[in-house]
Ligand binder design. Structure first.
Ligand code: DGY
Length: 322
């Protein structure tokens, strides 16, 4: 019996070719996200799937697709997958770490800088024809990045790569909070010091969120946390939307509790809380942290390799349920 796989979104031709060397492949040629019912329909008879964060794989989906043996996500985050439910059913789960670390750190730093220096806000004003003189004093004056205190919440690979940029490149004092403290050698390489969460919030001039989204990190930044931050501070989120309470953030930005936010991810994206869209002091991007062509290709290729490795032994591969 041949092994069949599904690719849920448009991907690179050479990646599809690699999959076709091993499997019978059905793929979505577009970027449209299938509804859960459509996903289940397409998964019938498939042994593996190359998935993205936009599709949810929970017990209901797995039970409706009993032949499924591997879910290989294109992305480092995998909060769209119920790993426990997969393990219980012998379904292998993989993600694509490492290949996107530096690209995503570049983006996080760029978004933090754009937020601090009001780049998109001032650009919008120019496009509206509002640049009639070159202003001095507080004309679109932002806050410095060099020499400031960079706070990082979540200190995995991407957090450490952002820390290196801040400490080595911009002379920043870098502080971080994480569930577990890094080993001294890793702290030294990142140029970062461990602090408790409240200290992080109180002292950061620029706070960047890089932690995984789990039930424990849901709304890790809400009204109470925002109230601890400096009025001049910026908040940048390149992790997952649900980590920030978007309604509380919009209220804080409107009230001047913090100065500005750079957001690449949103609760319920691609929908965005309307209050955020109305605010001038928010830089909004459409979840593009890892989006360079080279990195997106590397992620897709790794996900395809993961699928080949997971199903290499044929359609019955996977761990037997325990
Ligand atoms: C990731 O790699 O998790 C990115 O957010 C893309 O989903």
């Amino acid at each position: 019996m041949s092994t069949a796989v599904l690719a849920t979104r448009a991907t690179f031709a050479d990646v599809l070719d690699r999959l076709r060397e091993h499997f019978v492949v059905e793929h979505n040629p577009t970027d449209a996200v299938w509804s859960p019912a459509e996903l289940i329909r397409r998964l019938q008879g498939k042994h593996g799937v190359m998935s993205t964060g936009s599709e949810r794989f929970d017990a209901a989906v797995l039970d409706a697709c009993p032949q499924l043996r591997a879910v290989c996500n294109v992305g480092v985050g995998y909060n769209n997958i119920d790993v426990e439910a997969c393990s219980a059913r012998g379904v292998i789960v993989t993600n694509t770490p490492d290949v996107l670390t530096e690209t995503t750190a570049d983006f996080g730093f760029a978004l933090m800088m754009a937020t601090a220096r009001r780049i998109t806000e001032s650009e919008r004003a120019v496009r509206r024809g509002e640049w009639t003189r070159t202003g001095i004093h507080d004309h679109f004056a932002g806050s410095d990045v060099h020499g400031a205190t960079l706070g990082i919440l979540g200190m995995g690979r991407i957090g450490q790569a952002i820390a290196r940029r801040g400490s080595a490149g911009f002379g920043m004092r870098v502080i971080y909070h994480n569930r577990t403290r890094l080993a001294p050698a890793l702290e030294a390489a990142a140029g970062a010091s461990y602090v408790d969460k409240a200290t992080l919030l109180r002292q950061a001039d620029h706070l960047v969120l890089v932690l995984p989204y789990t039930p424990a990190s849901h709304h890790a930044i809400g009204a109470a946390e925002l109230a601890l931050m400096k009025q001049s501070a910026t908040l940048t989120n390149i992790a997952r939307g649900g980590i920030v309470d978007d309604a509380a953030l919009a209220a804080a930005l409107r009230a001047g509790t913090i100065a500005a936010a750079g957001l690449d991810v949103f609760e319920g994206e691609p929908a965005i809380h309307p209050a955020l869209l109305d605010l001038p002091n928010v830089v909004i991007t459409p979840h593009i942290g890892s989006a360079t062509l080279r990195t997106r290709r590397a992620m897709a290729a790794l996900a395809a390799d993961n699928l080949v490795a997971a199903l290499g032994r044929g359609p019955d591969a996977g761990h037997p349920p325990t």
